[in-house]
Design a protein around this ligand. Structure first.
Ligand code: PMV
Length: 323
């Protein structure tokens, strides 16, 4: 780096197990942190330096949002990730959350999770347009996180509002479960898909009904998780996938991977914004699901839940992909 004192931090990726897209409209959703992390190391600089190269300040909208919110015009940042980008696994949210912690620590500011989650949500909003805080709150808090769950179900963490929308963010106790993530290899940025749903909803009453239905299905899924009923949860995830397909955010590649996983899973669905990116399957037979996904051209990863949220690090891991 540039000889200045440096601070390192990391944050996990996430998978949404129920409620993506409808959460943008204030409906409930559940997401889990996964054991793949984004790492960054920052030090003070008058200009924007990314992995040793000078870059325009606006080169990455999430980075510029976090550094501007913290009163800086530049920063020297080294970064690497285990989370595939534009894959529905929260790589931008993990970047924003870990960068917020590192910058706040560097500047001697508050480093509580709520402040970090709010910085990271701001970055997501500025970069993506319309957004919900599901990704950024999950990558910040870790473990299981629910948005807009009924009172008494989760432990309330913080509340985030934007324009006419407001989200209650709660810690949601989720048992240990095995998921296989199947990456289609198709990069699908979130913003255009969120915009597609907004337009559909604006012009078609049917889209609003589907969004309401996803909200109901998600509540049923929350109850299945509380009962530790994997069979019911799996069925509900598969129903959620069908509703997302009707909303127009799935694609052939995702449907193929979901269908290939179903014989060996409790249930499967796309995760995140869709249009490509990834799907997830809840299973006790991860090897079989991985094989089925590989045979259909997907890239499988077995993920562990219960991952810690944003945290300070001693430095960057030795072997990691640069962003
Ligand atoms: O960015 P992704 O692919 O993880 O999707 C985020 C989930 C959405 O509900 C589609 C958007 C949002 O901000 O909640």
């Amino acid at each position: 780096m540039n000889g200045q004192p440096a601070v390192s931090a990391s944050a996990p990726g996430k998978m949404i197990i129920l409620g993506e897209h409808s959460v943008v409209y204030g409906k409930p959703a559940v997401a889990l942190a996964i054991n793949k992390r984004f790492y960054c190391r920052v030090s003070r600089s008058g200009e924007m330096i990314l992995n040793g190269r000078r870059v325009p300040a606006f080169v990455h909208p999430h980075i510029s949002s976090v550094i501007n919110d913290n009163g800086l015009s530049g920063i020297s940042m080294d970064a690497g990730t285990q989370i595939p980008t534009s894959s529905g696994l929260g790589s931008s949210a993990a970047l924003s959350s870990s960068l917020s912690l590192a910058v706040r620590k560097l500047l001697g500011k508050e480093t509580d999770q709520e402040s970090i989650a709010k910085d990271a949500f701001n970055a997501e909003w500025n970069a993506q347009g319309r957004a919900s805080p599901i990704d950024t709150s999950t990558c910040t808090h870790g473990g299981g996180v629910a948005l807009n769950c009924p009172a008494g179900i989760g432990r309330e963490l913080w509340r985030i509002s934007r324009n006419d929308r407001s989200w209650n963010v709660s810690e949601f106790d989720v048992p240990e479960m095995t998921f296989v993530v199947g990456h289609t290899g198709i990069k699908a940025p979130t913003g255009p898909l969120v915009e597609k749903v907004r337009k559909y909803k604006e012009h078609n009453r049917f889209a609003s009904d589907i969004i309401d239905e996803i909200g109901l299905v998600t509540l049923q899924g929350m109850n299945a998780i509380r009962r530790r009923d994997k069979e019911d949860l799996g069925d509900i995830m598969t129903r959620n996938h069908k509703l997302l397909s009707i909303l127009g955010v799935s694609c052939n590649e995702l449907n193929k991977l979901v269908n290939a996983s179903l014989p060996y899973s409790y249930g499967a669905k796309l995760t995140g914004s869709g249009g490509g990116g990834s799907m997830i399957a809840l299973t006790d037979q991860p090897e079989k699901v991985c094989e089925a996904i590989s045979l259909r051209g997907g890239r499988p990863i077995v993920v562990r839940t219960g991952e810690e949220g944003v945290r300070l690090e001693e430095g960057l891991p030795e072997t990691i992909d640069c962003i």
